[in-house]
Design a protein around this ligand. Structure first.
Ligand code: ATP
Ligand code: MG
Length: 337
């Protein structure tokens, strides 16, 4: 058996983001903020998963731009290519082959029970097989680096269980190779959408983008759904069912939260004024990110170089893991000669 030990004694991390649209506060609070924190302590791999994104209904002509824009967002929130590896999934084709190897052990029944599959499948007349197999590719994305930990948002908990299960089943049949990675999920939970949907999501267009300018940010917040029963300005509000309040709790200074709650419940502050305070809190968070993005938007060559160098680094590991998996599964027929 080959020596697949990692080059450092640090534990390995992998996580991904889809280039399906503007990177938003749900991505930032649920995942990216952690990615930045982890790059000092772990050996981190962060992948822009364009082969997952093609399942969506985005225009293929826009995908290259969306991929670069996603990379710009990652660099602007503070990922440092000197400390972590950032790359694009389709630059490392070994993920796809490992996915096929995993398809031989992944149970269809479990895939059909995935909540995200059921939600998304409901929107199709004819469900693409890729939608069902999405978590198998995700398992390959993670396990090809033999990652120990995966920092993700709460919505990915079930998929991570699937990855662990695939690793367990494959190891049981072919011998221990893949670690069972831990999901690292921040306390913020699932960030809700501006439309009141249970999840802020690129594909649902209910987001606040981390690179949006002030005018755009205000127009999104202004249109956010609040307590549906607070119809008139003088009606008392119910912070516990209000979208804007839940964003205040995540983004505003904790010292002002009791006042936000009190003024809403006693109808002393209207929704528009409450939204203005939230707007200021959001601008405080995104202004430094936007400033960095402005630099990368002017230097896209630098962004491409970072992604290419990342792919080279990632690929050297992916090739070794895949080769070992192929050997164990008897796919290296020349070994019989
Ligand atoms: P899509 O709608 O295309 O699936 P998305 O907004 O869900 O896009 P992803 O690229 O699928 O974004 O996810 C990137 C990371 O952000 C994942 O770790 C995911 O768990 C996390 N994430 C996405 N949306 C939220 C949210 N609303 N709250 C917390 N974490 C989130
Ligand atoms: Mg998603």
């Amino acid at each position: 058996m080959k020596d697949l030990s990692t080059s450092t004694s640090r534990k390995r991390v992998l996580s991904g983001i889809q280039p399906t649209g503007e990177v938003h506060l749900g991505n930032y609070l649920g995942a990216l903020r952690q990615w930045v924190h982890m790059q000092d302590e772990y050996e981190c791999f962060y992948v822009i998963v364009d082969q997952h994104a093609i399942l969506g209904d985005g225009d293929p002509a826009d995908l290259p731009t969306r991929t670069i824009d996603t990379a710009i967002s990652l660099l602007s929130v503070g990922l440092d290519p000197e400390k972590c590896t950032i790359f694009v999934q389709s630059d490392v084709p070994e993920h796809l082959e490992l996915q096929w190897l995993f398809n031989t052990v992944a149970p269809v029944g479990d895939l059909e029970r995935m909540t995200q599959y059921k939600d998304k499948a409901a929107k199709y007349d004819s469900i693409p097989a890729g939608l069902l197999n999405y978590p198998v590719l995700q398992a390959a994305d993670i396990l090809i680096y033999r990652a120990n930990a995966v920092p993700v948002g709460e919505d990915q908990r079930q998929h991570l269980e699937m990855t662990r299960d695939i690793a367990r089943k494959w190891n049981a049949r072919y011998g221990e190779l893949f670690p069972e990675p831990d999901a690292i999920i921040p306390e913020v939970g699932r960030v809700i959408g501006l439309d009141g949907d249970a999840k802020m999501s690129k594909s649902l267009k209910n987001t606040i983008g981390i690179l949006a300018d002030e005018e755009e940010t205000w127009s999104r917040i202004k249109g956010a759904v609040t307590d549906p029963k607070r119809i008139r300005r003088e009606d008392p509000g119910r912070p516990e069912v209000c979208n804007v309040y839940s964003l205040h709790k995540l983004l505003s200074n904790p010292a002002i939260i009791p006042d936000i709650k009190e003024q809403c419940m006693t109808a002393q502050r209207g929704c528009v004024d409450c939204k203005r305070i939230l707007f200021d809190s959001i601008i405080d968070v995104i202004a430094p990110i936007r400033k960095k993005a402005f630099y990368y938007q002017q230097h896209t060559d630098e962004v491409c170089d970072i992604l290419k160098a990342g792919a080279t680094r990632a690929r050297s590991i992916a090739i070794d893991t895949l080769s070992e998996a192929r050997d164990r599964m008897g796919l290296n027929w020349t070994s019989a000669l």
